[in-house]
Design a protein around this ligand. Structure first.
Ligand code: PFF
Length: 449
């Protein structure tokens, strides 16, 4: 995506933003986080974060990106922001590196599972068999590194070629297909013997489960899933035209993104209870449980292969946006070519993701703050850097950016500047000024107590 280009259509804007938001975070990370943190209680807190904090910060990023038309670092320079605010940009760049590190490992898993689906999961159907298959794959360093690097190679190949023509066209077709197939699986899940128990786990909040880990992880999940807090959406918004409605786009993105996460939950939890798996299985949850549903469907391997192909594409549209934040910075600030930027960043992420890939096998014992590299990169980015970046973006847009600019960007294009500010815009501004900073700060302080 060249800097001088703009998204040409409304669909292009939504497809790219939703393409970034919808990914492994919805289908892989949401169910296991919900599974580990109380199901319905997690969902409730998560939805509150998406609405009260996620939507406004998404809109805030859009404002900065479209107003400046720049990459993250360039944006704060153009705004003549005090040096302190440039930290937002560097937090974003670091987050991109860390997230790509662990995310591409899981994206690599999707490639392995496409292969496994085509070969019928080696005949495994029971929970135990699928469990040990996942173990033997993830502890094998070489095979995982191979898929991880292959995934990254595809990611950077697409990016080096320019994102708009290739991936946007592809995702315009494949993302709706992903929705359709998720819908089919949802319906199927409702007929599983564990459906009632699974749905009740997901939708009946047990308020006693709302503790610090639940709140911290739900906040991290909201930021991660919306791709917000690290300048990705700022970068994308620099390609928006003046007619894009920023508040509407934030709300649409948040709703579609949450819908996909909830659909993933509706698919997975009935299966968890039907197949005697545990909801708190962690990152392996989806990779063990989904194949067990596929085997119950006629033409199971085909469904499974199709599903993992779509998951792969969803992961790719997200990693492209993750990479773009750094590539746009290289191009804009360091004046190097897109291809060179791609090679440099490809090598850096390749090295980090290999460390993460080995976290399940040879490097399982290598721990920093009691976490493997994989867990550390995930925790540091989702639970710390993204909320911190989000808090700074909220404070900057809410308090530092001239109110006239903020209002004009958030209001519908062509609106009479003398007309009263619409309620939606006022709500977003109120949240940016008060709710976002205070809530995020309070949770950080709670975490430190
Ligand atoms: N939102 C993506 C997902 O849910 O899979 C992951 C992601 C993409 C996070 C881009 C952050 C980001 F900047």
């Amino acid at each position: 995506m060249a800097n001088e280009t703009k998204f040409s259509t409304k669909l292009g804007v939504i497809a790219a933003t939703v393409g970034s938001a919808v990914g492994l975070g919805n289908i892989w990370r949401f169910p296991y986080e919900a599974g580990m943190h109380g199901g319905g209680a997690f969902l409730l807190v998560y939805v509150l974060f998406v609405l009260l904090i996620g939507v406004p910060v998404v809109a805030g990023e859009f404002v900065i990106g479209r107003y400046t038309g720049s990459n993250v670092v360039g944006a704060f320079k153009k705004l003549k922001a005090a040096p302190f605010w440039h930290s937002v940009a560097y937090i974003g760049l670091l987050s991109s590196l860390l997230i790509l590190g662990f995310y591409s490992v899981v994206a690599g898993w999707t490639v392995e599972y496409i292969y496994q689906a085509v070969t019928g999961f080696g005949g495994a159907t029971s929970e135990e068999a699928l469990h040990s298959q996942f173990d033997s794959f993830t502890t094998s360093g070489g095979r995982q590194i191979f898929w991880t690097l292959l995934f990254l190679a595809i990611n950077f190949l697409v990016i080096s070629r320019g994102v708009r023509k290739g991936i946007e066209k592809v995702s315009n077709v494949l993302m709706p297909m992903l929705f359709a197939i998720l819908f089919v699986f949802c319906v199927n899940a409702l007929f599983l013997p564990g459906a009632a128990e699974g749905l009740s786990f997901l939708f009946h909040p047990d308020f006693s489960k709302i503790d610090l880990p639940t709140v911290l992880n739900a906040m991290g999940q909201a930021f991660f899933s919306l791709s917000v807090g690290m300048g990705v959406l700022m970068t994308y918004a620099s390609y928006f035209s003046s007619s894009t409605r920023l508040v509407n786009t934030s709300v649409t993105t948040a709703l579609l993104d949450t819908l996909v996460a909830v659909m993933a939950g509706i698919i997975i939890f009935p299966a968890v209870f039907s197949f005697g798996a545990t909801p708190a299985a962690g990152p392996r949850l989806v990779f063990e449980v989904l194949p067990s549903i596929f085997t119950t469907l006629p033409g199971g391997s085909l469904w499974a292969a199709l599903f993992f192909v779509l998951l792969f594409v969803a992961a790719l549209t997200s990693t492209i946006s993750l990479s773009e934040v750094v590539i746009a910075w290289f191009i804009g600030e360091w004046k190097i070519s897109r291809v060179k930027a791609t090679v440099i960043y490809g090598i850096a992420t390749g090295l980090l993701s290999s460390l993460c890939a080995l976290s399940f096998g040879p490097l399982a014992g290598a721990k920093v703050f009691g976490m493997t590299f994989f867990d550390l990169f995930d925790f540091a980015s989702s639970n710390i850097l993204l909320p911190l970046g989000g808090m700074l973006i909220a404070v900057y847009t809410g308090w530092m950016l001239p109110r006239r600019i903020l209002r004009a960007q958030l209001s519908a294009p062509g609106r009479d500047p003398g007309a009263p500010t619409p309620a939606g815009v006022r709500l977003v501004i109120f949240s940016l000024r008060f709710i976002c900073p205070l809530a995020i700060l309070a949770i950080f302080v709670w975490g430190l107590l």
